[in-house]
Design a binder for this molecule. Structure first.
Ligand code: NA7
Length: 546
């Protein structure tokens, strides 16, 4: 029992207006009847799809699956024009959803949360926004995303560049790059998508590559109306199949092991998945690609053979072939004519692995060996401070004044990727150590929002005011997450953001639960069904909002 003197202004504060925040507002406000306040730094909804407006930005999971499932009417009425929608269409969809469920009125836009502090005496969160206003809520939900804080730019001299600098992860305007001398740093998913498009218009395009990637064809095409109708007729079944698949897509053709079949059969399965696109090659060919090095080697060699076929100049092809890390240990990018871009006369591949970027000068990029590349525009596709970056940016402080940055100094510690011991009534939507980025995001988000809503309902039904993960449950979950990763090839990558390894100084720790969505969902269901084993509850006065 507490002598609470300060009442919360709201039941719930939610940060972020992407897929997660939009659904969280709808669920908690309209279905649970809570007083909900959202904050969003951008001027509109969209999250990732608001900021990443670079040419070529496109989803890697078929849009019919990479979309909300919570409303049958919504999923029936929305029409995707392409199999894999491009960013503008996804942003239109999220705006449509925001209007349809009237969520905009619950958000303050252009408002950044600058600090989030637990007030133990009053059992509430004290949230400060960048206009200096203080807001109080019983529950705090981070829907701030996993890839929403760009990695800090550490190129010496960047401020001296007299040309244009564009960041893929914060690309706001339509930029005309026709005829310009453009440099791209980064060949992850974003760099690969941007190179494919910019190569068509730039006068010269210099691609500064540190690590080549295992990119495979996305297989995009205009939506086939008959296929769409057939999918919509069995949407419920498709969603269930998605939720029961390792990565949340209704694939069902993976064979047990690439090593259990003949070389010819293996080749024919790889060919089939390569041509059909999406994540089929990595997740729907053989079940052991991420778990068995030999199988992984076979897939990696298959991809290198395809790259060599597609790139005319053998030396360029060799540079584009990844060799030093397993396929899938870094997030596998999907592409459309990426490799063909290097057959164009205006595109130049520059290897900066052994000859790193030394400096950005007033006129371009200078490498360690003194070579200079003169540029009008520099595009940085250098990635994100994944998972923990967005949480750290909010300056969250838990019980006894302990900052999250201190609690997570050795890497994130969570229970289920949703809750953190010492940080009561805090819910992370697709937080670190959940499957999230390895589970079709909109579905992963819905699952987490539903878990959160159920937990809040449980608390209210039982007169609890505080819910907190126990240290033991958290330690056990961290150990389970680490162990799940050890069964896979993921820890073998040198610079994967799955491991926090892309950001200098960040603790090297697996950030994603690799046991697969079905196992993870079963664990969450068990926690719910047991009356929230692994959590403690405190019952105080149930307070109305002020
Ligand atoms: P990624 O996948 O983290 O890729 C970042 C790229 O930038 C990668 O090729 C890096 O090379 C390169 N990079 C980063 N810093 C440097 C420096 N200092 N010098 C040279 N090259 C550098 O980010 P993306 O935005 O492409 O994709 C993120 C996710 O968004 C993606 O996985 C999807 O889930 C959506 P490195 O590999 O570190 O050698």
């Amino acid at each position: 029992m507490t002598d609470a003197t300060v009442l919360p202004d709201h039941d719930v504060i939610i940060v972020g207006a992407g897929f997660a925040g939009i659904y969280a507002i709808h669920k908690l406000r309209d279905q649970l009847g809570l007083d909900v306040q959202g904050f969003e730094a951008a001027s509109g909804v969209g999250g990732t799809w608001y900021w990443n407006r670079y040419p070529g930005a496109r989803v890697d999971i078929e849009s019919v699956h990479y979309s909300y499932s919570f409303s049958e009417e919504l999923q029936q009425e929305w029409h995707w024009t392409e199999r894999f929608a491009a960013q503008p269409e996804i942003l239109r969809y999220l705006n449509h959803v925001a209007d349809r469920f009237d969520v905009r009125r619950s958000f303050a836009f252009d408002t950044r949360v600058t600090s989030v502090v637990w007030d133990d005496g009053n059992q509430l969160w004290v949230v400060t926004t960048d206009d200096g206003t203080v807001h109080r809520s019983r529950y705090f939900i981070s829907a701030a995303g996993t890839l929403s804080v760009p990695k800090q730019l550490d190129f010496p001299g960047l401020e001296n560049f007299e040309g244009q600098v564009l960041l893929t992860g914060n690309w706001q305007d339509d930029v005309d790059l026709s005829g310009r001398r453009v440099g791209v740093i980064g060949t992850g998913s974003s760099g690969i998508q941007v190179v494919s498009e910019v190569s068509k218009v730039a006068g010269e395009l210099v691609v500064l590559q540190r690590t080549p990637n295992y990119a495979t064809p996305v297989g995009n095409a205009p939506t086939d109306r008959a296929e769409e109708a057939a999918d919509k007729a069995r949407y419920r079944e498709l969603r269930e199949a998605s939720r029961n698949h390792f990565v949340g897509v209704p694939y069902h053709e993976a064979e047990p092991s690439a090593m259990a079949v003949s070389a010819e059969e293996r080749r024919s399965v790889f060919d089939d998945r390569w041509h059909r696109g999406g994540f089929r090659l990595v997740f729907d060919s053989f079940q052991d690609l991420l778990f068995n090095q030999e199988s992984n080697d076979a897939a990696a060699e298959y991809i290198r053979e395809r790259i060599r076929e597609r790139v005319t100049d053998p030396a360029t092809a060799e540079l584009l072939c990844p060799k030093n890390y397993p396929y899938g240990s870094k997030r596998p990018p999907l592409e459309t004519n990426y490799y063909e871009a290097f057959n164009r006369d205006n595109v130049h591949l520059v290897d900066v692995s052994g000859n790193p970027i030394a400096e950005i000068t007033a006129t371009g990029v200078r490498l360690a060996d003194g070579t200079e590349h003169e540029l009008d525009t520099l595009i940085l596709a250098t990635g994100f401070d994944a998972f923990t970056g967005p949480l750290m940016a909010m300056n969250i402080t838990g019980r006894a004044g302990r900052p999250l940055s201190d609690a997570w100094a050795e890497g994130p510690q969570t229970f289920l990727g949703i809750a953190v011991s010492g940080f009561p009534n805090l819910f992370l939507i697709t937080g670190p150590q959940s499957p999230s980025v390895l589970y079709n995001m909109p579905l992963a988000i819905e699952d987490h929002v539903d878990f959160t809503a159920n937990a809040i309902q449980h608390m209210r039904a039982h007169g609890h005011t505080v819910m907190e993960a126990t240290p033991a449950a958290q330690d056990d979950w961290v150990a389970q997450t680490d162990q799940a990763a050890e069964y896979t090839v993921v820890p073998k990558s040198g610079s994967s953001w799955y491991m926090g390894a892309n950001v200098p100084g960040k603790p090297r720790k697996v950030l994603v639960y690799l046991g697969g969505a079905p196992a993870y969902r079963a664990i969450c269901a068990q926690v719910e069904n047991s009356g929230y084993a692994g959590f403690t509850f405190t019952s105080g006065r149930v307070l109305a909002t002020a």
